[in-house]
Design a protein. Sequence first.
Length: 266
Amino acid sequence: MDNYNASASADKQAEHAATFNTFRGLAKDIHRCDWERLLKKTFRELGFARFLVSLGPARACDNDPLNDVLTTFPKQWLEHYRSNRLIEIDPILKHCHQELVPYFWSTERRRARGRSRQFWELREQHGLRNGLSIPLRYELFRGTLSVAFDDVQAAEQTVFPHPAVSQLFMLVPYLLDGMGHQFQNSMPERQGLTPREMECLYWASAGKTSWEISHILTRSERTIDFHLLNARRKLGSVSRQQAVGAAAAYGLIAPAGGRPCYSRQR
């Protein structure tokens, strides 16, 4: 019996060591495709067949709410989410952008009323009944790590809904470190803003209209729109609001409220 226990303990330690090494691999600066493959492998080994990871500027507003999202959620659900603009009533997204504590789906589903209840019912129809969402933070970015539980496992676990949940919280810092490398690798494509474009974005982040910015910078409204349009293109953004959020998240403009210190090129 002692030999059996010792052997089982050694196997468990080896399993934990392997998991830790996988987590450390996610924190490395590796090619995007290799990193995504490792991420899928990590969740698969933890026992989560369905997961979603998202991280982006807190104020971004994309035409496609699933842009830059890594997920194995059912494609039918994703299309339904996108086409019906469920982002507007998504309680998970709202929670993860405002809070730091984890969000257990089953608990919140029972509390839901009105449109939120409809949201949960639609998710159940696509096999996303039980799960957990963990808010993510990286500099000015906001996001979520969500995993779906197998209903059979969830029913069997009376205290904790999945045996690997605790490992998810250990995974988070490695995940964020790896995502940070991915953001940095993509930044050269997003940089190249001129001082005037950054200044226009700054005033737009403070809620100023093109007309107001034109008076602040003593330039025509048409010129301001030209600078903001160029900034949007360089940042890969589809709207002024998204460009402002992306520029702030990448540290290209100062937070609204403090006077920008960009060199003034007339």
